[in-house]
Each structure stands twice: as C-alpha cells, then as structure tokens.
Design a protein around this ligand. Structure first.
Ligand SMILES: Cc1cc2nc3c(=O)[nH]c(=O)nc-3n(C[C@H](O)[C@H](O)[C@H](O)COP(=O)(O)OP(=O)(O)OC[C@H]3O[C@@H](n4cnc5c(N)ncnc54)[C@H](O)[C@@H]3O)c2cc1C
Length: 501
C-alpha cells in the first residue's frame, strides 16, 4: 500500500476514492459478485484504511469510514454495504478488542494492497433474531479453542479469507459466549450458495465450521449475555445513515431527472401533482438520512465502545433503512413499467428497490430493534409516563417541546405489538430532533427541514392510528396469555441496563 495514502488530507483521500467509485456506477456495473481485481482496485484507493489504527498501517478515522461508505453508496449501494461489513463489522471488533498478538497477525494484512476480505458469522439456520438459541459451540482444547457449528447468510460466505465467529459454551452448568478470529483454511467450509434478490456484489451461503484456532484469537469480549454482540453490530447499524444518505442523494436526483424528462401526454410527469407528492416523499427521506448521517459523523464514534449510544443507533438503523426502502418504492412507482425492467437504460429503480429491500431485515430486523428501543425507554421511566419520559429525554425532548407531536397514545399497557410500534414512534421523534439539530448546525434549507418534519409527524400519527386499529381486535383473542411476556417490563437481556441518555 502506498505510504502516500497515509499523508493525504481527508478531502484528498475521499476524492481519490470518488474518482475510482464511478467505475462501479450501478447503472452500468454488472449484477455479479465483485471480482477480486475490482476489490483490489478499491483497496488500492485505501477504502479499508480509515478502519485500521495507525500503528497497523491505517488512517484511523471515524469520519473517513463514514465518508467512504457514503461515497460508495451513492454510486453503488451494495458496494457501500460490502465495505461496511469488512470495516465496521469484521475488522472493527478486532481493532477494538483483540489482543496484541491477534492484531499484529491480522490488521497489517488489511493495510497492504491485497484484496483481502473479512466477514462476520453469527446467524444460524435455526436462529437470527434470538441469538441466545445459537447452537455453534466452542470448547478449550490444547493450545486454543475448537469451534463447531453451522451458520448461514454470511456476507462473503465463499470469498472471505478471515472470519469473526460467535459461539457458545454450556459446560460447567453456565452459558458463556465467545468471539473468535478464524482463518478460512482453519475449517470454514461453504456447503451451499444462496442467491440473494439484490446486493449481487456480495456472495452468500450456508457455512459449516469445524476449526481449531490458537488461544490468542479469542477476542476480549464475551461473557454470559449477548451485549458484546449487540455492540459489535452497532457500527454497521449506525453506518446505515451514511449508506442511506449516499443512496438517497442519488435516488432523489435521478427520480427528479426522470420525472422531468418523461412526457405523460402534453406535460412532463413532474407536472402531475401526485407525482410531485411522491418526489417530496423521496426528498424528505433523503433529508432525514442526511440529518442522521450528520449525527453519525458528529455525535457517534465507531472507533470506540458504542454501547452508550444504543438508543440512538437503534433509531438510526430503523429510520434510515425504512426511508431507503420507502424512497426506492416511490422511485420505482414513478418510473412505471421501465421501473420493473432489469438493466433499463433509463433508470436504476428496479435494482435500487431490490438492493434496498433487505436493509430493514438484516443487521437486526427493524421490528425487533423497534421493540428493544421501547424496552430501553420503559426501563428508564422512573415513575413517568412514556410520553412524559420522551418530553424530558435529551434524545427526544427538543422535538417534543418544539413540534408537540401527540404521544399520549403511548401511555397505556403495552403488549408486544405495541412495543414494536411504540419503538417506531420513538425513533421518529428522535429523527425530528436530528433534523432540527442538523438544520441548526449546517444552515440547511428551511423548506427541506419543514417538509421532512411534516412527514415524520405524519408517521407518528400513523403509529397512533395503528394502535387504534389494534384496539378493534384485529389480532383476535386467541393468544395464550400465559405464554405472553409480561407487559411494561424489559424483555431482552442484551439491552444496556445502566442509566444512559
Ligand atoms: C442479505 C443478507 C445478508 C446477511 N448478512 C449476514 C452476515 O454477514 N452475517 C450474519 O451472521 N448474518 C447475516 N444475515 C442474517 C440476518 O442478520 C438475519 O437474517 C436477521 O437477523 C434475521 O434473522 P432470521 O433471518 O433468522 O429471521 P427470524 O429471526 O426468523 O425473524 C423473522 C421475522 O420475525 C419477525 N420478528 C422477529 N423478532 C420480532 C419481534 N421482536 N417483534 C416483531 N417481529 C419480530 C421479523 O419480521 C423478522 O424479520 C444476512 C441476511 C441477509 C438476508
């Protein structure tokens, strides 16, 4: 790797990546697994360097990690995800928590020019949302650990050289979780290829693991609950703001261009008022992601333990990915039949929709994360109602005080379905605050700010309407009350419990 890359200013460094990223323009780049030569080209521009500490040959920069992913995502969203997984999901925990011997062994390899790939193996065929049901195990053996299990849906199933693998140990009558750095050749075998609907640059599959790794490759995170895994996933969840910002900047630009250029009868598509409403929805999604990205760059730090930012990250992931998906949907609808055509020469809406689709599902499904956000807040009520808490909580108070969304519908006994919906409302209030803050700190266009907040307030009212709908009894009364979790209590043990904002 050229030493020159290490001495560039941030703007020069990002400009270098930008100049190569155009080659991966999703309008023209083939829908195929990224060839090693193309990954080498990107690695050569330094896309991995911001994630690596300086002592191992990196540029060690949180802001640059975000800007690299935002830049790539504007040209090619799947490539933004590709880079996020390697930097934010696989290498980050090694840089943060591995011992010196493991860091020396692994990190300098990724600072070289070789097109190396690292993945994160957690999900199993039998469990994704409830990882406490994992069946992969580790046990101590002479000189290290033996890890055995079956994982699936891993990004880079076929192509990763290195893995971070989660496993459990139930010996000695108590559960312990561990995280291990595994070289593919040590016993990581891909048994079946999966064909994803989108994100075609990344290969997926079903993986069998039977590996023995030296003792120093167990990273110093683990313990009796899954909090370390929650923390490990927080960087990529937060990074959804950067991906959403880059992706939606392009979707907004191209949707407008298409609507201005397409004639419907005597006038352009953009002259139809409902088409303009769809464009406003797309633009507001871009504004919201830009504000969340501002929060990511200025308030969060991927280079450090992120558990203290748990509620902000839950909100960022769910709002940013919902916005990516809804904007892609509006864009595809605006384009009409050409929006259903793979490889259309006039627009990228079909592939944009397929690529955006999975963002609300992976990295923790949005429904689960929304429930956890509500549980986090309920654990901190301290005698207040939920709406009273939100009016005082620093992450939501400015939005509640200034825009006065009606949140009183949250003040009731919350069953599981309400916990999920309430989490969405809480995340929308958080997003209102972030749009306000972004506007104040960057002098953003007041029209964009007003429209985005209007859409978010409407979303909160939509959640209130869903509460009303549930009250009509659409779920029926056949639930076995004895198997339902107690209401208004914290359910997930992996949610941070110590008092934080
Ligand atoms: C393209 C892609 C890439 C991926 N990359 C990786 C990777 O690199 N590494 C890795 O380890 N894994 C990866 N995954 C796995 C991914 O993280 C899981 O698919 C995800 O966590 C969901 O787990 P599951 O598929 O087992 O769904 P399940 O746990 O079976 O959940 C199914 C559905 O149940 C519902 N649900 C679950 N809990 C709740 C709740 N509390 N409230 C309401 N509804 C709920 C949700 O609608 C959810 O989507 C990837 C998956 C995909 C599709």
């Amino acid at each position: 790797m050229s030493k020159a890359l290490l001495s560039l200013s941030t703007n020069e460094f990002i400009a270098g990546i930008e100049s190569v990223a155009s080659k991966f323009d999703s309008a023209t780049y083939p829908q195929q697994n990224l060839p090693a030569d193309d990954w080498a080209l990107l690695v050569g521009t330094g896309v991995l360097l911001p994630s690596l500490p300086r002592e191992y040959g990196g540029r060690d920069s949180h802001v640059e990690m975000c800007r690299v992913v935002e830049t790539l995502s504007e040209w090619n969203l799947p490539l933004g995800m590709f880079t996020t997984i390697i930097t934010g999901v696989a290498l980050r925990p090694i840089a943060l928590w591995a011992g010196e011997e493991a860091k020396q062994e692994v990190l300098p390899l990724f600072a070289g020019g070789d097109p190396l790939i690292a993945g994160f193996a957690s999900t199993e065929p039998g469990c994704g949302s409830a990882m406490s049901s994992m069946t992969s195990t580790f046990e101590e053996v002479d000189g290290g650990y033996r890890i055995r299990g079956r994982k699936h849906w891993q990004a880079f199933s076929f192509s990763a050289n290195w893995w971070l693998v989660s496993a459990k140990n139930d010996e000695h009558g108590r559960r312990e979780y561990g995280y291990f750095i595994v070289k593919r050749s040590e016993g990581f075998r891909t048994a079946e290829r999966y064909e994803p609907l989108g994100l075609k640059v990344i290969d997926y599959g079903l993986n069998d693991i039977d590996a023995v790794v030296p003792r120093h490759r167990r990273i110093q995170a683990g313990g009796r609950n899954l909090k370390p895994m929650v923390e490990m996933l927080m960087a990529s969840r937060a990074m959804m703001a950067a991906m959403g910002c880059g992706f939606l900047r392009r979707v907004s630009r191209e949707a407008h261009e298409y609507a201005d250029g397409r004639q419907i009868g005597p006038a352009p598509l953009s002259a139809i008022r409902f088409a303009r409403y769809r464009l406003a929805a797309i633009d507001s999604s871009y504004t919201i992601c830009e504000a969340l990205n501002h929060h990511l760059q200025t308030r969060l730090n991927i280079k450090a333990d992120m558990l203290g930012s748990f509620p902000a990250v839950q909100a960022i992931k769910t709002v940013a990915t919902d916005r990516m998906l809804s904007a892609a949907h509006h864009y595809q609808q605006l384009v009409g039949g050409e929006g259903y055509r793979s490889g259309s020469p006039t627009n990228i809406s079909a592939q944009s929709f397929l690529d955006a689709r999975v963002f609300t599902i992976f990295d923790g499904t949005n429904d689960l994360l929304s429930q956890q956000l509500t549980e986090y807040c309920l654990a901190r009520l301290d005698g207040r109602s939920l709406s009273g808490f939100l009016a005082e909580w620093p992450l939501t108070a400015p939005g509640v005080i200034t825009h006065r969304p009606n949140l009183s519908f949250l003040d009731r006994d919350l069953k599981q379905e309400h916990l999920v919906l309430a989490g969405r409302a809480i995340a929308y209030v958080f997003a209102i605050c972030e749009v306000m803050r972004w506007a104040a700190e960057t002098g953003a266009d007041p029209d964009r700010v007003r429209t985005a907040i209007a859409f978010l307030k409407h979303d909160i009212a939509g959640v209130a309407a869903e509460f009303d709908l549930l009250d009509t009894g659409v779920l029926g009364t056949d639930g076995d009350a004895t198997t339902e979790p107690p209401t208004n209590t914290v359910i997930s043990r992996s949610i941070p419990v110590h008092a934080q904002t």
